[in-house]
Design a protein around this ligand. Structure first.
Ligand code: ATP
Length: 503
């Protein structure tokens, strides 16, 4: 938060670590704070290429011999007037003994002097020796107002007729989650393509934004054409989701409803957990971003994984209301809080940061997580209140299997009367939805190779040739069921009924 930065500066925190890839915007914000302050602090900026220069001077000649970071820190200690000393990319030098010592000297010397060091970097890297003295802050992505200005500048530059306020709103919303430079680029590209910026260009901007989000490689924009109707069964879960279709609207807030936080879908592999998550995006009309935890972990540099996670969450927040989809939560966080040894504590720090974010987030980002194995999932996730609901997706019942056959056959053929769905459902006991779909595809391949249409018998043969996972993983499935029966809500209506009778 920019206000937060202003408060820290006014409160004279001697060392602030500001994380941002947007140097120019952050410098402008710092200069504004310095000027607004009654002290009128001067702002100096250090880079390894130029040394220390005064911000905003047309002939900004370096101050003395301040190319080396130690010399620059020393120079700022010697200054008498109040000032803000911004060091760009000091993370490359911060682990050096000389730099660490100089920073600690500065912290001691700056007490009560209205001088502040600001370390500006896209990466967080704070040595243990400084952890207690530094306050780390994320510089937020541009707000709607700032993006409005970017759009206005773009329109002025092109001498284009401004679109209606409504369209401007849409154009701005479409760039939420991008940096100022990125927003500028997508507006420019949309303009070059269409020679105007109107309602029609929102799509161009959105697809550009998807590219940019994709490029960071950690978040993926998912586009799903299927609706909830493509899922056979799971009626309880669908009902829960339908009930919350407007949960992120103003109307829901006015009614006094809290914003949904998230849900965890536990279950047997291949039973439609991911499909449910993706189709919810269409049902709720919200964008869905998949967080690839495998890519969050990056051992190339200390602090890089944490920065990756932070950036991804920040992007998700900035385009909220949105759904953040984490597939296989059990694999992503299996280390949990106890795994500090194997990777220098990175996974337990990442896990901690994620939990804190889930706990404290105020922006409407709905977390949709799936998991197959309960024993690998850290207990913290299962605590009451972490997710709004934990659903258990079991293997489909005979009625659900019939529906799944129907859905997948209808996807492939317009005429399906020749299939006896109830017989297929009977013969596929223990099969997951994914295995049913695969059996149909195998039957089609068989018939295609023989240059004929596929039949009921082809599907039966494919079913017989398959050993479903539920049989090869009986123990795991039983353990999951036993666990879920006590603690999770069944996703299918029939098992919900069954559970109600049992308790
Ligand atoms: P995993 O745990 O292995 O990721 P999952 O439970 O997330 O599995 P999905 O990836 O959603 O399962 O399912 C794979 C495919 O199987 C789906 O894309 C869909 O085509 C089919 N499928 C699974 N369950 C159903 C269902 N209930 N109705 C219709 N199709 C289904």
């Amino acid at each position: 938060m920019k206000e937060e930065l202003s408060i820290l500066i006014k409160a004279q925190y001697p060392l602030i670590y500001l994380i941002t890839p947007e140097e120019e915007r952050a410098e402008q914000a710092i200069a504004k704070i310095a000027q607004a302050d009654t002290q009128h602090q001067k702002v100096f900026v250090w880079t390894m290429t130029r040394g220390m220069t005064e911000y905003g001077q047309t002939r900004n000649t370096p101050q003395g011999n301040t190319i080396s970071p130690e010399a620059a820190i020393q120079w700022s200690i010697q200054q008498r007037e109040p000032g803000l000393y911004v060091f760009k990319d000091l993370h490359d030098f911060i682990s050096g003994a000389g730099v660490k010592r100089a920073l600690r000297d500065a912290i001691a010397a700056f007490k009560g002097t209205e001088k502040i060091l600001i370390l500006m970097s896209p990466i967080q890297d704070v040595p243990i020796e400084l952890e207690k003295d530094v306050v780390v802050l994320d510089f937020p992505l541009p707000t709607t107002d700032e993006l409005h200005q970017v759009l206005e500048q773009q329109l002025n530059r092109n001498r284009a007729k401004p679109p209606s306020a409504d369209v401007q709103e849409k154009l701005v919303r479409a760039t939420l989650g991008l940096t100022k430079d990125e927003a500028e680029k997508v507006y420019r590209k949309a303009y070059v393509k269409a020679q105007q910026l109107t309602d029609a260009e929102v799509e161009i901007i959105l697809s550009e934004k998807k590219q940019l989000i994709r490029r960071n490689g950690i978040l993926e924009y998912i586009e799903e054409d299927e609706t909830l109707d493509a899922i056979g069964g799971l009626e309880e879960l669908k009902h829960w989701l339908r009930q919350r279709s407007n949960a992120f609207s103003e109307r829901a807030r006015d009614y006094g409803l809290p914003q949904p936080k998230g849900m965890l879908i536990l279950g047997v592999p291949g039973c439609g957990k991911s499909l449910i998550a993706k189709t919810t995006s269409r049902l709720w009309g919200l964008p869905i971003l998949r967080l690839d935890m495998g890519r969050v972990y990056d051992g190339s540099m200390v602090g890089r994984s944490e920065a990756n996670l932070r950036n991804a969450l920040k992007t998700a927040e900035s385009i909220s209301p949105a759904i953040l989809f984490i597939d296989e939560l059990d694999k992503s966080f299996s280390g949990g809080s106890g795994s500090s040894d194997s990777d220098g504590g990175t996974s337990s720090r990442i896990f901690g940061s994620f939990l804190t974010w889930m706990q404290e987030k105020t922006s409407p980002v709905f977390v949709m997580a799936t998991a197959n194995r309960i024993e690998r999932l850290p207990g913290e996730f299962l605590r009451k209140g972490r997710f709004d609901e934990i659903f258990f997706v079991d293997l489909p019942t005979p009625e659900e299997r019939e529906l799944i056959f129907k859905i997948h056959l209808c996807k492939r053929r317009t005429e399906i009367d020749r299939f006896d769905l109830s017989q297929l459902a009977k013969m596929s006991d223990g099969f997951s939805g994914a295995e049913i779909e695969q059996a149909i595809i195998a039957a089609m391949y068989e018939a295609f190779a023989q240059d004929r249409e596929f039949t009921q018998l082809d599907i039966i043969a494919a079913l017989k040739a398959t050993l479903p996972l539920s049989r090869t993983m009986t123990e795991q499935v039983t353990a999951l069921r036993d666990w879920a029966r006590q603690r999770a809500r069944p996703a299918a209506a029939s098992s919900a009924e069954y559970q109600r009778l049992e308790f």
